[in-house]
Design a protein around this ligand. Structure first.
Ligand SMILES: Nc1nc2c(ncn2[C@@H]2O[C@H](COP(=O)(O)OP(=O)(O)OP(=O)(O)O)[C@@H](O)[C@H]2O)c(=O)[nH]1
Ligand SMILES: [Mg+2]
Length: 201
């Protein structure tokens, strides 16, 4: 009887946990996106004042529940000297959200280089990639299609992974729900796929 009840309890209330990294150059809007996500998906969460967010030195952590999935976010600092820490988290992650500042055409190639280096890591093989074209509220910013064109030669390295470029305004929350729902769908589906090569050995 106990086993039956505990099984029922687990089925009804236990969440499957997934770790999702939030990466991208400094100033892209990663922490703003994380705050918006927590505000939108957590009841009673009183978000930070978005204008008070300062550059991340280290990491910010956040958790949300969406249906039976619990997403744990690790928002890492994007400054050049902090990017060398990103790969320490790859082996544990089930998904990556890569944030691009669509107003910063000058640093788009730098962002692409960081993206390419990240997706080249074997530890991220098969992991879904949500690319956010952030700051779409700013007039004359780069569009999703501009960003896809600039990143087009990354396609072979992305391979068969789930990957989408989503327009977003972290400051107002536009595109946040769509991005998170896409990520949830992918990580949940991925867990039912055969294990990644590195997990077999
Ligand atoms: N206009 C506009 N500004 C944004 C948006 N999202 C973030 N910002 C601004 O961009 C700046 C950087 O935001 P952060 O969230 O701190 O950026 P970050 O990627 O976490 O930066 P690091 O922690 O240094 O890696 C802040 O001034 C934000 O207010 C957006 O959607 N639109
Ligand atoms: Mg930050």
């Amino acid at each position: 009887m106990y086993t039956l009840l505990s099984g029922l309890y687990k089925y009804m209330f236990q969440k499957d946990e997934y770790c999702v990294l939030i990466l991208g150059l400094d100033n892209a809007g990663k922490t703003t996106f994380l705050e918006q996500t927590k505000t939108k998906f957590s009841k009673n969460y009183k978000g930070l004042n978005l204008s008070k967010i300062t550059t991340t030195v280290g990491l910010n952590i956040g958790t949300i529940d969406v249906g039976k999935a619990r997403l744990m976010f690790w928002d890492l600092g994007g400054q050049e000297e902090l990017q060398s820490l990103w790969d320490k988290y790859y082996a544990e992650s089930h998904g990556v959200i890569y944030v691009i500042d669509s107003t910063d055409e000058e640093r788009l190639s730098e962002s692409k280089e960081a993206f390419e280096k990240m997706i080249s890591s074997e530890a991220l093989e098969g992991v879904p990639l949500l690319v956010l074209a952030n700051k779409q509220d700013v007039p004359d910013c780069l569009s999703v299609s501009d960003i896809k064109t600039a990143f087009s030669d990354c396609a072979p390295k992305i391979g068969k992974r789930d990957c989408v470029v989503q327009p977003c305004t972290a400051l107002t929350g536009n595109g946040v729900n769509e991005g998170i729902e896409w990520m949830v769908k992918c990580v949940v589906r991925n867990i039912h796929r055969p294990p990644r090569q590195k997990d077999i050995t």
